[in-house]
Design a protein around this ligand. Structure first.
Ligand SMILES: Cc1cc2nc3c(=O)[nH]c(=O)nc-3n(C[C@H](O)[C@H](O)[C@H](O)COP(=O)(O)OP(=O)(O)OC[C@H]3O[C@@H](n4cnc5c(N)ncnc54)[C@H](O)[C@@H]3O)c2cc1C
Ligand code: FES
Length: 280
């Protein structure tokens, strides 16, 4: 059993949990993820390791509640336990000194990009970060990103904080100015697609972290397969990071939507059962 040591709510839908998992904390690297199960009946869900503390033996996850399991997890807090917490999974980010790196995080994607930006900075790179969200209430970890960046740009779609534009606007300006060795873009599939399209024009290497649906997380079931450079890849064992210029984002987005009716049915049943329990 894995104990939840802390929970912070950032909004009605986004929350952070700190989990006691010493073996995962000892071995994990930026870019990796875990798969957890709340209880023995539970679905396995993949979540990125947003931070880790090797001395304390803890892992931090930041979660957006969008379906049954992420809503159920949202109800758990300090002192509660998770049945399974497996990791670290996936190929770690390659952290090298390459020069100037842009780290663009959109919405919940800011949390996964944070340990990568920190490691890139520690490796001696100049890190320019773009933290983007639909509005200021959805902006995440601006302070943490500022700490690990040489420069921080904030954008919101509605202009409620920072620049009133999409993440691709400052990204394009930075590429145009030149001297960008590498771009990391992590966030919703659509955001990663358009960031990759923006940088392709300038030939700037761009890495994205794909969030396909997963089941086993070991390369056996094929649920997470995606197409990269015309080849089939498994996000759980070949990724989650891939060259954004080679990813077939349209296929990724279509595959993410393939179980929508079942996911809706599962969430509705869960919400009804929790409402009934409240009345009883
Ligand atoms: C490697 C990896 C790392 C991830 N890291 C994080 C993270 O750090 N924080 C976080 O909040 N989420 C992360 N995700 C996504 C997270 O796993 C899903 O949101 C979660 O499994 C949804 O479970 P659910 O039962 O609550 O919702 P479901 O009922 O399974 O799905 C509800 C809705 O979300 C969509 N959805 C389901 N799975 C995904 C997915 N993988 N990506 C995008 N949309 C999805 C469905 O199409 C549906 O619209 C990650 C996914 C992967 C593959
Ligand atoms: S989740 Fe089953 S192969 Fe990747």
């Amino acid at each position: 059993m894995y104990k939840i040591l802390d929970r912070v709510d950032y909004s009605d839908d986004v929350y952070m949990q700190v989990i006691e998992a010493p073996a995962v904390a000892a071995a994990c690297k930026p870019g990796q993820f875990i798969i957890l199960r709340i209880d023995e009946e539970g679905e396995r869900i993949p979540l990125t390791i947003a931070d880790f503390d090797r001395a304390a033996g803890t892992i931090t996850i930041v979660v957006q509640a969008i379906g049954k399991t992420t809503r159920q997890l949202q109800k758990l807090g300090k002192g509660d336990f998770l049945a399974n917490f497996i990791g670290p999974l996936g190929v770690p980010s390659v952290i090298e000194k390459v020069g100037t790196v842009v780290c663009a995080g959109g919405g919940i994607g800011v949390a996964p990009i944070y340990p990568i930006a920190r490691a890139l900075k520690e490796a001696g790179n100049k890190v320019i970060s773009i933290v983007a969200a639909r509005n200021q209430n959805l902006l995440l970890w601006e302070d943490r990103m500022r700490e690990v960046s040489d420069e921080l740009i904030v954008t919101t779609d509605d202009g409620s904080r920072g620049r009133h534009c999409l993440v691709t606007e400052p990204l394009k300006e930075l590429c145009e100015a030149g001297d960008i060795a590498l771009v990391y873009a992590i966030g919703p599939g659509v955001m990663m697609k358009f960031c990759s399209r923006t940088t392709l024009e300038y030939g700037v290497k761009t890495l994205v972290s794909l969030n396909s649906i997963m089941v086993d997380g070991t390369g056996m079931c094929g649920a997470c397969r995606c197409s990269v450079g015309g080849e089939t890849k498994f996000v759980c064992v070949d990724g989650p990071e891939f060259d954004g210029h080679q990813v077939d984002f349209d296929q990724l987005l279509a595959r993410q939507r393939q179980y929508l009716p079942q996911e809706k049915e599962s969430l509705d049943a869960y919400l009804v059962s929790t409402a009934v329990n409240k009345v009883a």
